[in-house]
Design a protein around this ligand. Structure first.
Ligand SMILES: NC(=O)c1ccc[n+]([C@@H]2O[C@H](COP(=O)([O-])OP(=O)(O)OC[C@H]3O[C@@H](n4cnc5c(N)ncnc54)[C@H](OP(=O)(O)O)[C@@H]3O)[C@@H](O)[C@H]2O)c1
Length: 338
């Protein structure tokens, strides 16, 4: 079968189209014929071993998110049947409960082999049936980007109608967070580097928008939006080093910073007084568990919520698809069709 794998050495240049034997499902395992994959920012980091030892070993099949059809099952499989359409869960061994080192060490697409293969063999515990109303392309976007946003807005953020939520950028996680926050009845502010993208989110129902390249101090510029409560109830923090100092000023006393991304860097110098004296909650979000994923699917099905889709590439165009993501012009999830 065809696979993409990082082989020989780490580095984007060593991401190669290659062959591996088709796997056979053992007891408790399911064999999935993959149909579609979807890319995340981490897929740009994995080829360069950007997560250190946690990235895994070579050869490594990249990419965590995708959808396919169950074509064979091993002895004792009861969760799914042949013919079911499933996605993997991002963390293969985090079904519910608290995170643990072992659960965090079970991410697809590094350290475990990911979905860029014609066939993927996984434990039945690591796959979930997908609602019929979702297309293959829509389903492929859910395991990492969808669940991370759900965790930030619903599981940890517990967004209520009327909450003021701020979303950073219009990337994959951001647009899911936008859709879920709107669905929860929140007033949603989106910041982006692009007026064109801001126009698109306004057309999707954004309540306020700010261009963070033109208005660098968006914490000050958003004061009017949150004047009745002294800041945002929940900020979906994706920018990291550049944005966190502003987020600390823009969150309300007792509000939440949903700490997800570090797009502009990992290290900051900030006044801890802004956190301590204003009782701000810093909530790290690391995707989520299978229970959360199933809750998200139920929540999405209720109102037939659809992910926002972007460009499509063919299986053999994975590197072009990653270049497209890296360039940052995308709006909606970048897809790879098998
Ligand atoms: N913790 C977790 O579980 C988890 C899960 C998934 C992703 N992540 C992390 O979350 C981040 C986003 O991932 P993604 O896959 O959604 O990425 P993505 O689709 O590539 O999103 C990139 C977008 O983020 C926006 N952005 C970049 N720099 C920014 C800045 N300084 N301030 C505000 N917005 C900025 C830009 O939006 P505009 O073009 O609109 O300006 C850019 O297009 C990454 O750091 C990723 O590693 C974490």
């Amino acid at each position: 079968m065809r696979v993409f794998q990082i082989e020989g050495n780490w580095g984007f240049e060593n991401l190669k189209l290659s062959e591996r034997p088709k796997p056979e499902p053992g007891p408790g395992e399911v064999l999935i014929a993959m149909r579609m994959a979807s890319l995340n920012s981490r897929d740009l980091i994995v080829p360069d071993r950007g997560y250190g030892r946690a990235t895994g070993e070579l050869p490594l099949i990249p990419v965590s998110d995708g959808v396919g059809e169950v074509v064979a099952i091993g002895d004792g499989v009861t969760r799914v049947a042949v013919g079911d359409r499933v996605t993997p869960t991002y963390f293969q061994r985090w079904v519910s409960g608290e995170p643990s080192p072992d659960r965090f060490a079970s991410a697809l697409g590094g350290p475990l082999d990911g979905v860029m293969a014609d066939f993927v063999c996984l434990s039945q515990e690591g796959v979930v049936r997908i609602p019929e109303y979702l297309s293959d392309a829509e389903a492929a976007t859910l395991p990492c980007a969808g669940l991370t946003a759900w965790s930030a807005i619903v599981t940890h953020g517990v967004t209520r109608p009327g909450d003021r939520v701020l979303i950073q950028g219009t990337g994959g996680v951001a647009l899911f967070a936008f859709v879920f926050a709107k669905q929860a009845g929140a007033h949603v502010t989106v910041i982006s580097s692009s007026d064109e993208k801001l126009e698109r989110v306004r057309a999707m129902g954004a309540d306020a928008t700010i261009n963070y390249r033109e208005v660098e101090d968006w914490a000050r510029a958003s004061r009017e939006i949150t004047a009745d409560r002294g800041g945002f109830d929940n900020i979906v923090e994706l920018g990291g080093a550049e944005t966190l100092p502003l987020s600390l000023r823009a969150v309300r006393p007792g509000g939440t910073l949903s700490m997800i991304g570090v797009l502009s860097g990992l290290n900051i110098k900030a006044s801890l007084g802004l956190i301590v004296a204003r009782q701000v909650r810093l909530q790290g979000v690391t995707v989520g568990h299978r229970d959360g994923y199933e809750a998200m699917l139920a929540g999405m099905s209720q109102h037939e919520i659809r992910p926002v889709l972007g460009e499509r590439f063919g299986f053999e165009e994975l590197k072009e698809a990653l270049d497209h993501l890296r360039a940052g012009g995308h709006f909606g999830k970048t897809l790879v069709q098998f």
